[in-house]
Write a new protein. Structure first.
Length: 115
């Protein structure tokens, strides 16, 4: 099994920054992709950013240039640094691990950006 624990959400003013953390444990294979997704009320679930075990990254168009995903394999943690936050970034952010035989989601952490 894989366990995910997200942290770092909160309330921030527009233009501010937050860093989300996703600590993972359990059965983690050498090849995997860990990502952050978000869902705002009335909107579809969307990819924010993902990072593969190789280190390659992928970002949603709406966050390119503002968000950075990184991983610390020694700490089994993936980070999402969010800068220049906008009110439209308000959503519940979910961590996800994809690897052979697993597609695991965290509980989510709320990010609210006030204007």
């Amino acid at each position: 099994q894989v366990q995910l624990v997200e942290s770092g959400g909160g309330l921030v003013q527009a233009g501010g920054s937050l860093r989300l953390s996703c600590a993972y444990s359990g059965t983690i294979f050498s090849i995997n992709v860990i990502g952050w997704y978000r869902q705002a009320p009335g909107k579809q679930h969307e990819l924010v950013a993902a990072i593969a075990s190789s280190g390659s990254t992928n970002y949603g168009d709406s966050v390119k240039g503002r968000f950075t995903i990184s991983r610390d394999n020694a700490k089994n943690t993936v980070y999402l640094q969010m800068n220049s936050l906008k009110p439209e970034d308000t959503a519940v952010y979910y961590c996800n691990v994809k690897q052979i035989g697993y597609d695991v989601w965290g509980q989510g952490t709320q990010v609210t950006v006030s204007s």
